[in-house]
Design a protein around this ligand. Sequence first.
Ligand SMILES: *Cc1c(COP(=O)(O)O)cnc(C)c1O
Length: 375
Amino acid sequence: MRPIQMVDLQRQYAGIKQQVNAAIQEVLETAAFINGKQVTDFSRNLSDYLNIPHVIPCANGTDALQIALMGLGLQPGDEVITPSFTFIATTEVVALLGLKPVFADVDPKTFCLDPASLEKQITQKTKAIVPVHLYGQSAPMKEIMDIAQKYNLHVVEDNAQAIGGDYHFPGGKTQKTGTIGTVGTTSFFPSKNLGAYGDAGALFTSDESLANRFRMIANHGQKKRYYHELVGCNSRLDSIQAAILNVKLPLLDGYIYSRIKTADAYDQAFAGHPKITTPFRAAYSKHVFHQYTLLLNGADRNKLNEYLSSKQIPSMIYYPVPAHRQQMFAAFHSDRQQLEVTDWLTERVISLPMHTELDEEQIRFITGSVLEFLN
Ligand SMILES: *Cc1c(COP(=O)(O)O)cnc(C)c1O
């Protein structure tokens, strides 16, 4: 059996080596390393794929979130509601910009923002909501958009883990995750569903004037070179990463299909086990399985993690400390917040290897080992 990895990027590369190498070579030959043709092409390709008019590429997914919040014109002290059960970037940029991070609890099934908890956190100062489509499962966007409309709030969808996912509105309309709110952001970190070979990210929106602001902010606040209208930053997608992403974007749906097939096989092996809750797939969306995350009931997930390691099977805890308990937010006394579901989940989740290259033998060995430990 081939060694099992949490994410197997070497084997994925082996399958697309010639195309990727040729694409990189082309950038090297033309030496247009910044803002080359590949970057413009990628923006257009991603805009077609997502069916949204404006895509603004940037340096990484954290910058995308930061640029989104900067572009919305929020003022110091404004409150931004995010889940606490997420990767730190979602909440970190809020504090970085002098805004106040306010945490809402998540739904124990979807692991995404719970609309009821979200609505409870809204005050006069709330200006934006950042739902996260965690592990590839879309947040309940209809409910979140209804709340946003009711209180006149911006919605920044953190789509870093769900690029390519679909959301089905009641009545039949389907939209890509990340294209429903005021703005969507994503990351092309190598291990994400659409991964570059370095850091990369993007924002997307249907609002043309916002798109122009985001584009300026990502480029030192300038439209015309050396004439700076806004305080911005330097956050560019480089041409080599764009060239790689142009090769990989047409493969994304196939990659998602492989992930779903792997999730199906895991689900089947664990079906009905009393100590395992397999990932919930909400009927309102297509789950794209950035992670395959189990919820253990009556078993110690840290011991399972050690047991799997002893058999050369990697597994991960995403995330061992929720945002509201992170020291970086001590000044906000966020640890005093009651986020029962978040705390409960944090003690019980464990993610198994999930990528595009897992074969049946590896999956059988992984599921067999998990069951061996639990039985
Ligand atoms: C990966 C990730 C980010 C940040 O992306 P980077 O490209 O690493 O900066 C933000 N939010 C979530 C939910 C992520 O998973």
